[in-house]
Structures are given as structure tokens and as C-alpha cells.
Design a protein around this ligand. Structure first.
Ligand SMILES: [Zn+2]
Length: 512
């Protein structure tokens, strides 16, 4: 048994009706950076992502193509896994809701809730479009009150369906949310949930359908399939083997420490999911983070306008860490950010090429030029060094605070503040002037040592965000002091080390 503390983090499971875009990348990269950071800190981390594959929309798309829904999603899932690989997403498990272990878990959960009286049979009334075989709600209809897909008339029909007794748990949920103010992040979303959705009264939730069959069959009533939420939300526990023969992962990692979700599904994760867990008598997750959206080109995204590429095209044009940096840096906590290729290029040039790339390149270049590549601390210290060192060592607290508060973009920026501070230190100490004076040789060596050591420390943290770049920097400065604790001490870089050939980390991108 390891005595390491555990950390269980999840992304939503995405709906594979089409290939994934930069918005999916955003959510997954945030989760990846947090997972990498927790591993770096020493947590036994489990990072889950996956796909939510059932439902009518996928069934129809598959029918249009003349293939089975499973064949349809298989292609998209392969594509998604390839995308995650090219983005360096370090998930521990990719769950698909068509996985057999998930299907069995959902069937057992549904049966258990039914047997204990939390799921009951009733009648679902809705607006139905016969040609589309689809139910719609009032708010989904087009401007003429017709089917939003085919724009034909809808009519009210009812079908037999199973319902989940959310109402029974309303008081308990309210009490839970009031006494756990950190459960929903940002906190403004908590008030929205309580005031707009919970306090006005929870209606029981329709959890089965008979109008389509691409779903998990209800074991005791096989004309019904389990409808979206019980199927999808259960992934967070089925992925750990809940109700399977081997529950060891479940026992180890549940409850989740952090569910990362888009703001549009906060409601399901903070109302339906906690109630499901209460009904199953399981502990609730510790936190749900509803992040903002990465809006593409101000919302004016269109394939025909040609203003949006597959995320892999950006990776091959600008590098994986340019894409990771952009999305992690651009979207402030809980708010929306805007994605455009131009903004990506600007960020890459300003921060990655000018600040970071330039710093590493200049520093190694000077060590090669003045000391044949050997880094030695001659300890000829001045006040300005103490100032730099204190600034570098203050990074740890900033990173920890910001990561604990899920202020990912601020945490990342605090690393770049150190790189910027180093560039300023070069301007202040002017190594090229020191180099002209033989009596200042030891002072020059000290300045260059301080730069290398500052770069090393900041880059220890950078590993969580830009793993490829951090690895390249460690190779170039030739150090293996890269663990989390090593960033708390200034001076661990071994004197007498020879640096490697500098290579350009980020090329400046010329705009067309
Ligand atoms: Zn229709």
C-alpha cells in the first residue's frame, strides 16, 4: 500500500457525434495540466476522460451513413485518442459508455435505484416530431413552434418512461450545498444552481426512453433504454470498477477530488449527480469546476468560412506547447476566452518566443561564449541577486495558491513572470559589459549561474503545463534536478556542469 495522497480528476465524457474541436481540447488540457501538477506534487493521481456514445443523435448520424452507431463512434473515438496523443494528454483511462463494464454497471445502478423505490414508472409527455422520431421541449422549437431539425409540425404525445425521484433528495442537496460552499466553482455558479434550479423545486427526472434504442437496455423492461444522465454520469464510478468484480480502483480513488465540466453542464453535475450518489449511499465528489468556454473567432466559426482548422493543424504549424500555452493562458478562471489563429500567433511570439525562448537561448549562448559552456557559481553576490532569488523562490507559494484555487492561467503566468524577471536581470547586470573586464570574470560567472538556476526552478513548475518544452529546456541546461521539492531551494544546479547546444524553442511566427 502506498501512503501517497490520492487525487482523482475527470473531464466530462464528450459526445462523439462529430470530430472534436478546440473547445474539447481546452477542457482536456486544463484537466491534463492539473493532473500533471498533482503528480509533480507527489499525489497518486488518476485522470479519467472518455466519450458518451449513446443517444438518438448518434443513432441518426449512423443511419444516414448506413452504418451501425457503434461503427460510427468507433471512428470518432480513434480520432479523439489520436488528438489527445498529439496534445500530450496524460489520461490514465479513457472510458467509453459502450464499454461492457460500463454497460453492466449502469444496468446494476438503474436496477438498484428501481428496487429501492427511487426510480418509478410513469408517463413522459413531450412535443414529438414523427418524421424525426424526436421529442423536443418548448424552448428547443424553432421560431414558428416547429421541429428545430426538419421544421415540420410537432404534436404532444406521451410515452411510458421511468423517473428518478430528485424531489425526494431536494432538502438534502440544499443542505449539502449550503454547508460545502467550495463544492461548486466558481462560487457564483453555486448561487445560480440554488436560486434558479433547486429552491424553486426539483421535478423528477425522466431517465428512460422507448422512442429509440441506441442506449443501455433496462434489464427488467427491455423496451426501455437508459436515458442520458444515469448512463453518462455513472462513468465516473464505472470507470473505477464500481459494482464490478474488482472494485479496488473504486475503493482507492472515489470520491473524485475534481470534476471539470463546461459551464453548460454544471447543473447536471451539481444536482443530478450528487442526488444519484446520495441514493446509492456513496460519498460525494469534493469539487465541481464549471469553466467558461473557449469561443472560436468570436463565435463566428464556420467550416465554409475556412476560419477554423482541426486542432492538429495548429499543432503541426506552431507546436503542441503553443496550443497548450494558448488555451491555458487565455481563459481566465470561470470566464470565457476567445480563440483565433491570430491570437494564438500573438501569444506564441510574445511569450514563448520573445520571453522564454529568448531567455534560454541568450543564457546558454553567453555561457558558451564566455565559459566554454561550463556553469560555475563563484558566489560574487550583489543585492540585485538576492532580489532575483527571493522572487524566484516566491514562485512556489504563488503556484500552490493559484492551482488550489483553479486559477490555472494565473499560475502559468506567474512562471512567465520569473522568466520575464530573468530577462530584466540580464538587462540590469549587462553580462556583455562584465565580459570586457577580466577582473569581473567571477561576477559574470555568478550572474550566469543565477540565470540558469532561475530557469531550472521555474521550469520545474512549467512541466505541468508545457511538458515538451520543459523537457527540452532541462536537456539544454543539462540538469536532472527536476522534481517538485528541488524547486524550493536555490543553488541545487551542480557547479561545473557543461550545458548542451542551445536550440530554438519557439520560432517567431511571421504573419501572412
Ligand atoms: Zn422533425
Amino acid at each position: 500500500m502506498s501512503d501517497k495522497k490520492k487525487f482523482y480528476i475527470t473531464t466530462p465524457i464528450y459526445y462523439p457525434s462529430d470530430n472534436f474541436h478546440i473547445g474539447h481540447c481546452y477542457t482536456t488540457i486544463i484537466a491534463d495540466a492539473i493532473a500533471r501538477y498533482k503528480r509533480l506534487e507527489g499525489y497518486d493521481t488518476f485522470f479519467l476522460t472518455g466519450t458518451d456514445e449513446h443517444g438518438q443523435k448518434i443513432q441518426k448520424k449512423a443511419e444516414d451513413k448506413g452504418i451501425s452507431p457503434k461503427e460510427y463512434v468507433d471512428v470518432i473515438v480513434e480520432n479523439a485518442k489520436d488528438l489527445w496523443k498529439s496534445l500530450g494528454i496524460s489520461y490514465d483511462k479513457f472510458i467509453r459508455t459502450t464499454d461492457n463494464e460500463h454497460v453492466l454497471a449502469v444496468q446494476k445502478i438503474f436496477k438498484k435505484l428501481y428496487d429501492q423505490g427511487d426510480i418509478y414508472k410513469g408517463e413522459y409527455k413531450g412535443l414529438y416530431c414523427t418524421p424525426c422520431e424526436s421529442f423536443w421541449t418548448e424552448s428547443q422549437l424553432d421560431e414558428n413552434g416547429n421541429c428545430p431539425d426538419c421544421h415540420r409540425e410537432v404534436h404532444e404525445v406521451s410515452e411510458e418512461a421511468y423517473f428518478f425521484k430528485l424531489s425526494k433528495y431536494q432538502k438534502r442537496l440544499e443542505e449539502f450545498l449550503e454547508s460545502n460552499p467550495d463544492f461548486i466553482q466558481p462560487i457564483s455558479r453555486k448561487n445560480e444552481m440554488l436560486n434558479n434550479f433547486i429552491k424553486p423545486g426539483l421535478e423528477d427526472l425522466c431517465v428512460s426512453r422507448t422512442s429509440f434504442d441506441w442506449g443501455i437496455p433496462v434489464t427488467f423492461d427491455d423496451k426501455h433504454v437508459v436515458y442520458v444522465w444515469i448512463d453518462a454520469l455513472s462513468n465516473y464510478i464505472s470507470a473505477l470498477g464500481y459494482l464490478s468484480e474488482d472494485e479496488s480502483l473504486f475503493k482507492k480513488y472515489w470520491p473524485a477530488d475534481l470534476h471539470i465540466v463546461g459551464k453548460e453542464i454544471v447543473r447536471f453535475h451539481t444536482i443530478i449527480w450528487p442526488i444519484m450518489l446520495m441514493a446509492l449511499d456513496l460519498p460525494l465528489p469534493k469539487q465541481v469546476f464549471g469553466h467558461g468556454w473557449l469561443i472560436i473567432n468570436g463565435g463566428k466559426i464556420s467550416k465554409s468560412l475556412g476560419n477554423y482548422k482541426d486542432p492538429r493543424e495548429y499543432i503541426s504549424l506552431y507546436g503542441v506547447d503553443a496550443v497548450r500555452y494558448f488555451v491555458l493562458r487565455e481563459v481566465p478562471f470561470g470566464n470565457d476566452g476567445n480563440f483565433s489563429e491570430e491570437a494564438l500567433i500573438n501569444r506564441t511570439n510574445a511569450d514563448l518566443a520573445n520571453v522564454l525562448g529568448n531567455l534560454v537561448n541568450r543564457t546558454i549562448g553567453m555561457i558558451n561564449k564566455y565559459f566554454d559552456g561550463i556553469v560555475i557559481d563563484k558566489k560574487i553576490n550583489e543585492d540585485i541577486d538576492t532580489e532575483l532569488i527571493n522572487f524566484v523562490l516566491s514562485l512556489k507559494d504563488k503556484i500552490e495558491d493559484n492551482m488550489n484555487n483553479l486559477e490555472i492561467s494565473v499560475a502559468l503566468d506567474s512562471i512567465f513572470e520569473v522568466y520575464r524577471r530573468c530577462n530584466k536581470y540580464i538587462d540590469e547586470t549587462m553580462p556583455w559589459i562584465l565580459a570586457k573586464d577580466e577582473s569581473k570574470k567571477d561576477r559574470l560567472a555568478t550572474v550566469l549561474y543565477n540565470l540558469i538556476e532561475s530557469i531550472r526552478i521555474a521550469t520545474v513548475y512549467l512541466q505541468a503545463f508545457l511538458p515538451d518544452t520543459a523537457k527540452k529546456i532541462f536537456t539544454q541546461i543539462n540538469t536532472d534536478k527536476i522534481d517538485y521539492d528541488s524547486a524550493s531551494t536555490f543553488g541545487l544546479y551542480s557547479g561545473g556542469t557543461k550545458v548542451n547546444t542551445p536550440e530554438v524553442l519557439f520560432k517567431r511566427i511571421e504573419k501572412e
